[in-house]
Design a binder for this molecule. Structure first.
Ligand SMILES: Nc1ncnc2c1ncn2[C@@H]1O[C@H](COP(=O)(O)OP(=O)(O)OP(=O)(O)O)[C@@H](O)[C@H]1O
Length: 321
């Protein structure tokens, strides 16, 4: 299994001393019989954009809800700039901006009215609040829609309002739970650009199922599977994985994984028993050996392809094991 433990994963034993805006420390959470989180730890530093990935039901939203003080963990803690979310939720809420998965908005309000209301909850008022609202309307590309009620906005523009809401108090840590789900390709690109813009000098945690999004925006990647962290590293380290390559092999006949297991990490492709994916260190010698095995076993080769590792293949490899 690919498990890349870099300094920021060693949090349980090494307490970072500076510039660590968000520290998720040994979180566990159980719903009834189900363990949703099992000792989840990671940290994100100032200026970092961290992609938080995992299959459906892996525990991403649960982690984010705990990090933002919406629900409590069974054990563990989250620190924002060294302050505990559980012990001091009020102080922490001033430092965190959160866009939840389902982006709750007051549909009956006008955009400015809504942002004014949210700003008021953070104690903002007068000209400071007014100018912050105008700043966000511009930053989030809401100028043309600014005089509408939220219920009149398309999904992409509602997401922009959700982002503006998360940013109104200029938080240092921004947590976005699947912010681009359900957007059309144009809106998707626009919102991605926006996320990149707002991340400057902030700590941004982004959960998503879209790998291109992570490749486009994120510096770091944390992957969670069935409530456990299974990979955590800089995006470039995760992708290079020591220069490994993937060989995709298909034959007419059914295959036995054991025939090829000594060559590298191996699995069937989408449960097709005549197609395998092999992750290897030395692609040239692995290809030679593959062909020898195919010849010795009198198999009929349909295709053999070599692929670079990308985040999508890494994600499949890690989360399907
Ligand atoms: N309030 C709840 N009561 C019971 N089980 C819950 C509750 N919230 C989450 N779960 C379960 O906990 C597990 C983790 O859920 P969570 O929503 O954190 O996953 P996720 O990674 O965000 O998934 P998705 O990508 O589908 O949004 C799931 O199995 C889910 O069914």
């Amino acid at each position: 299994m690919l498990f890349l433990a870099k300094p920021f994963l060693n949090f349980a034993t090494q307490i970072p001393t500076f510039e660590m805006s968000l520290q998720i420390n040994s979180l566990t959470k159980t719903y009834g019989q189900q363990k949703a989180l099992d000792m989840v730890s990671f940290v994100a530093g100032k200026g970092e954009v961290l992609g938080f990935l995992g299959p459906n039901g892996a525990g991403k939203s649960t982690t984010m809800k705990i990090a933002t003080g919406f629900i409590l963990p069974d054990s563990g803690d989250v620190l924002v700039n060294g302050i505990s979310v559980q012990e001091n939720p009020k102080a922490v809420s001033k430092m965190i901006g959160y866009l939840p998965e389902h982006n709750p908005l007051y549909l009956d309000m006008y955009i400015r009215e809504f942002l004014g209301f949210i700003g008021g909850l953070y104690g903002m008022k007068g000209n400071v609040l007014k100018s912050r609202i105008e700043e966000l309307i511009s930053l989030c590309g809401l100028e043309l829609e600014a005089n509408k009620k939220i219920q009149q906005l398309s999904k992409g523009y509602r997401q922009r309002v959700g982002l503006a809401k998360a940013l109104i108090h200029d938080p240092e840590v921004i947590i976005l739970d699947e912010p681009t789900t359900g957007l059309d390709p144009n809106q998707l690109v626009e919102i991605r650009k926006l996320i990149k813009n707002i991340s400057v000098n902030k700590t941004l945690i982004l959960s998503t199922h879209i790998m291109q999004e992570v490749e486009a925006i994120c510096d770091k990647v944390v992957i969670i599977n069935r409530g456990k962290i299974v990979a955590s590293d800089l995006l470039q380290n995760l992708k290079s994985d020591g220069g490994k390559k993937i060989l995709l092999v298909e034959t007419e006949e059914l295959l036995d994984l054991e025939w090829f297991a000594h060559l590298g990490e191996i699995s069937f492709i989408q449960n097709k028993k005549n197609a395998i994916s092999l992750t290897v260190k030395d692609a040239v010698s692995a290809r030679k050996e593959l062909l020898q095995i195919i010849q010795q076993r009198s198999l009929t080769l349909v295709s053999i392809q070599q692929q670079e590792k990308n985040l999508e293949s890494i994600f499949h490899q890690i989360t399907q094991n």
